[in-house]
Design a protein. Structure first.
Length: 127
């Protein structure tokens, strides 16, 4: 599912990846991102969908991932997302909090609010 409230100028919009199995939570994240500013949100429900979903995306602003740190590292997904400039934001595995923060990544503890989502977003770069 690609969530983009306004397709005009979509190529210039920040792109966010959301890996989330719960459609309601994924929609809440997409709505919070959209409220922050125009963007495109790519939603997947499993890690296996990510490669095909981001294949045509040269850059990602951030990736919201319902994954534990070990799972993310075991499948090599971190490198793929990092190569596209994605800010890494885990939404599961709070026991990994210290290790996640040591990597310079972010973690959202459930339940999280719109304000918490916006607080971990990268600051937009001005041209």
């Amino acid at each position: 599912m690609t969530y983009s409230p306004d397709r005009a100028g979509a190529a210039d919009l920040p792109v966010y990846l959301v890996l989330e199995g719960d459609l309601l939570i994924a929609t809440d994240i997409a709505d919070a991102l959209s409220a922050h500013g125009p963007c495109r949100v790519l939603h997947v429900t499993s890690p296996e969908e990510i490669a095909a979903t981001i294949e045509a995306e040269p850059a990602l602003a951030a990736a919201f991932l319902e994954m534990r740190l070990a799972q993310l590292q075991d499948i090599g997904l971190a490198e793929t997302l990092h190569a596209r400039g994605a800010r890494m934001i885990l939404t599961a595995g709070e026991a990994d909090m210290d290790a996640v923060l040591d990597l310079g990544w972010f973690m959202l503890l459930r339940p999280f609010s719109d304000e918490m989502i916006r607080a971990v977003l990268p600051v937009p770069q001005r041209a």
